[in-house]
Design a binder for this molecule. Structure first.
Ligand code: TYD
Ligand code: MG
Length: 478
């Protein structure tokens, strides 16, 4: 008994654990190994000093008592502040909520810093204290960009800092800022952990400290996060769980369109998108994205179809382009940009099985124009139309839009918000739609807009084949 006590007190009161943390998913291991067992990535474990833990000899501190509240209290509407950029407000759900923390991710060079300096300047002009902390660029660089954007006169407070403790201490002084930008979270560090900046442990600890500050002070904090090759926010996915909203800023490098999308939002919808155009004088809001996405349209060429889609509450028309060409290799290629590759495989399989379209000896390329990414299944019919049009070398009618979901049986299923899609198409000068409906036939909407209702993909294939030089063997029965 006596020896046991002696050993017991010899253990230090607190110690640091040394762990190996996966830089991809944040899982911690006690020893190094080549593969992370949690996410399956190779060579992602790196040694990090963990957070301080209480030694086994230490008694847990006595907790402070707090009052519990009834759920049925007065519900406060989250007080929001409009950013002054309506496409940004649309994605956040109507403005910045007090004390909330947002994470904005995106590829390097996509325009995150540009968007956020524009937002801070707009708030500063509206008389709110807004602060921009850059861990990546010098103050002069940020200032230069702001000047180029014509925002040089806005009362934004700038700093190039990376120490979270110093940032919080500085911002606790004076009037609480309404908006704080941290560009980027990967450059921040705190001395409560031993790891290098950018490691999972540091990013997590820095984010935690900043989130605590936001909740305490009521400031809105936007964290900029880098993304990895596969589009995930680099470092810990755990930061995504800690923040109130995760927004991703996307776009194809060669296009000027940029799309802001919410992947998570505690205070708003996640299906709304904000559309911007990158110009020489910064990001411009695009109030009517359909016009923009269709402006470069290849009219009257085989292999293009206009899809009448819905993003959140907003209808959006985009062009789907397909190229189907005989393959020169043993295994035909399937490449897709802006659409789910597994949905492409599914549509191709349905075309082969139920519509007699032979594609086994053809390469298939599918592209959504303008850097858009289609996520709803309603895009199936438009993709199929573009594919068959390319294969049959038959241009689709230039005044037609397509939408509908294809089921594995080859049937075309109805999709939500059909009326909104048709309205948008009519507004943009289209005069007919190829769309699903319960009863087959053609209906004419007021204003001369025609809806050709198709019940199966085979109907669509037959119609397109009839347009072209009968290049494919198509079954006409549904
Ligand atoms: P930036 O906001 O620095 O990107 P991120 O912070 O996401 O890395 O944007 C950089 C790109 O944007 C760069 O390629 C140049 C382009 N750009 C414009 O086209 N116009 C502009 O007015 C600005 C400021 C940047
Ligand atoms: Mg940047």
């Amino acid at each position: 008994m006596r020896t046991f006590r002696a050993i017991h007190t010899a253990i230090p009161m607190s110690r640091r654990t040394l762990t190996f943390v996966c830089q991809n998913c944040g899982a911690a291991f006690s020893r190094w190994q080549g593969k992370c067992e949690a996410c399956g990535e190779w060579n992602t474990l790196s040694e990090e000093g963990g957070e301080r833990v209480a030694g086994p000899g230490r008694k847990p501190a006595k907790g402070r008592l707090f009052a519990l509240e009834a759920l049925a209290g007065e519900a406060q509407n989250a007080p929001r502040l409009s950013s002054g950029i309506s496409e940004l407000d649309r994605v956040t759900g109507g403005g910045f909520v007090r004390g909330s923390v947002l994470l904005v991710g995106g590829d390097p060079g996509i325009g995150k810093s540009t968007l956020l300096i524009q937002a801070t300047a707009a708030l500063a002009r509206a008389g709110h204290r807004s602060v921009y902390i850059s861990g990546e660029e010098a103050v002069a660089q940020v200032r230069l960009r702001a000047e180029r954007l014509g925002l040089g006169d806005a009362a934004v407070e700038l700093a190039a800092e990376t120490a979270v403790a110093d940032i919080i201490a500085t911002l606790s002084e004076g009037k609480t800022p309404r908006l704080i930008i941290i560009d980027s979270i990967q450059t921040m560090w705190t001395d409560t952990v031993d790891s290098a900046p950018g490691t999972v442990t540091q990013v997590r600890a820095s984010a935690q400290a900043l989130i605590r500050f936001a909740k305490r002070s009521g400031a809105t904090i936007i964290l900029v996060g880098h993304v990895t090759k596969d589009g995930q926010i680099a470092g810990p996915r755990v930061v995504e769980h800690m923040v109130d909203a995760v927004l991703s800023f996307e776009g194809e490098g060669s296009h000027q369109f940029r799309i802001l999308r919410a992947a998570k939002n505690r205070f708003g919808p996640t299906d709304e998108i904000g559309v911007f155009e990158m110009t020489g004088s910064g990001l411009l809001e695009v109030a009517n994205p359909s016009e923009l996405f269709l402006s470069e349209r290849d009219l009257g060429r085989p292999g293009t179809a206009v899809f009448a889609g819905i993003e959140g509450t907003r209808p959006l028309l985009v062009e789907i382009q397909a190229l189907v060409a005989p393959t020169s290799l043993g295994t035909p290629r399937r490449a897709v940009v802006g659409w789910d590759p597994s949905r492409l495989s599914m549509v191709l399989a349905v075309l082969e099985t139920h519509c007699g379209v032979r594609l086994a000896a053809h390469d298939v390329y599918l592209n959504v124009a303008g850097g858009m990414r289609i996520q709803e299944p309603a895009g199936d019919v438009a993709a199929a139309a573009a594919l068959v049009s390319s294969l049959a070398n038959a241009p689709l009618p230039a005044d037609a839009v397509y939408f509908g979901e294809v089921s594995l049986s080859g049937a075309v299923r109805p999709v939500a918000q059909g009326a909104a899609r048709l309205k948008e198409a009519a507004k943009l000068g289209f005069s007919r739609a190829i769309a699903p409906e319960a009863g087959r036939g053609e209906t004419i909407e007021p204003g001369g807009f025609r809806v050709a209702e198709i019940a199966s993909l085979a109907n669509l294939v037959a119609d397109i084949a009839a347009l072209g030089r009968a290049g494919i063997a198509a079954k006409t029965d549904g």
